[in-house]
Write a protein that binds this ligand. Structure first.
Ligand code: ATP
Length: 336
């Protein structure tokens, strides 16, 4: 089992909570329902999925913050339940957002403080901190107070903090959440540089482009299970044999979307709101020209640009996630 840096077999986690006050009811959420995963040494692996898919729960099961309801996992050969100390020594955890740094201290002093906390030997601290400031491109700003940092800079400092004790594995949970596109690009560069140092990275993200650019392999997770796993190129094959029509529109309703979905040759149809406009994306079999039918179904809706294009990794992802949504709706209907 131990030739993999991360290995999970049949991982499950059910949350039990109570809702209501007068008549409390028990509620169970199966957040992770049997995840099998192996990540090799030095790999940059992405967990990609929509909100509530189970990404954070999976990370927390692997980094010992949560105990699995069933299944097992090992990090560098150590069991996450029975050998937590061994595991913790070898991992770092960085999550998106602003918490966890001391605003009134400089980056250097923050790192000094955490180096003490993580037991980095005194004689090593100075060199390690300088190395990390360099890696996360904060050299030159290291003596400024963190309160003046942008979100992207803070996030890079978080990464440096997570690496102080030279972990073999770094868990990065949604690193670019709330970070502007330019800063997100710098952040991605930091993650790529980090992977080049041989650290194994498990990254969760909503952003397809981020996963595509950075990750050697990606697992698409939805509804608590892995729906697709492979290199970005392999995942793109899920959309092979398809073509995509994109229509900018203003006011597409659910009824019209259902009609488009039912058209001959159409495999997926979804609407995303971008600013004032909607973008309707229709995936169809490559040999079938659905454009005229789609435009007819949109009769009365104000339309903008209409583009036909080849499928991207994002389309493959949408296809996978929509398939899961449809399945779970069917299961709910049967249960009702
Ligand atoms: N502490 C908790 N108690 C009860 N339910 C929880 C708890 N934490 C998460 N859940 C539920 O478990 C499911 C998976 O959540 P999780 O946070 O792992 O998803 P995620 O893929 O990380 O989502 P996001 O991208 O929104 O962070 C969701 O339905 C969520 O509501």
């Amino acid at each position: 089992m131990s030739e993999h840096t991360i290995e999970a077999v049949g991982l499950r986690r059910t949350y039990r909570s109570r809702t209501g006050w007068l008549r409390p009811q028990r509620r169970e959420v199966e957040a992770v329902r049997g995840v099998d995963l192996t990540v090799g040494n030095g790999e940059l692996f992405g967990l990609l999925g929509p909100n509530g898919a189970g990404k954070t729960t999976t990370i927390k099961l692997l980094n010992t913050l949560l105990i699995p309801t069933a299944g097992e996992a090992r990090i560098c050969g150590f069991d996450v339940v029975r050998q937590t100390r061994e595991v913790r020594r070898r991992i770092g955890y960085v999550f998106g957002g602003d918490r966890g740094l001391y605003d009134r201290l400089s980056a250097r002093d923050n790192l000094r403080y955490f180096a003490e906390l993580y037991g980095v030997p005194g004689r090593e601290q100075k060199r390690r901190i300088a190395e990390l400031l360099d890696l996360v491109r904060l050299t030159g700003r290291e003596n400024d107070r963190v309160e003046g940092y942008s979100r992207g800079m803070r996030q890079r400092l978080h990464i440096a903090r997570g690496l102080l004790h030279r972990p073999r594995v770094l868990f990065l949970d949604e690193p670019s959440i709330g970070v502007d596109p330019v800063a997100a690009r710098e952040l991605r560069q930091t993650v790529a540089d980090l992977a080049a140092t041989g650290t194994t990275v498990l990254l969760t993200t909503h952003y397809m482009a981020e996963a595509d650019e950075l990750c050697g392999r990606i697992a698409v997770i939805a509804n608590g299970t892995i729906q697709a796993l492979g290199t970005p190129a392999e995942l793109r094959h899920h959309a092979d044999g398809r073509q995509v029509l994109e229509v900018e529109a203003y006011g597409v309703g659910d009824g019209q979307l259902a009609v488009i979905h039912a058209l001959p040759g159409v495999r997926e149809a979804s609407v995303v709101v971008t600013g004032a406009a909607q973008v309707l994306t229709v995936q169809s079999d490559a040999g079938v020209d659905v454009q005229a039918d789609v435009l007819r179904a949109l009769d009365g809706v104000r339309l903008g640009r209409v583009t036909a294009r080849q499928p991207t990794l994002e389309d493959a992802y949408v296809a996978t996630v929509n398939r899961v949504d449809a399945q779970s709706r069917r299961v709910e209907a049967v249960a009702a």
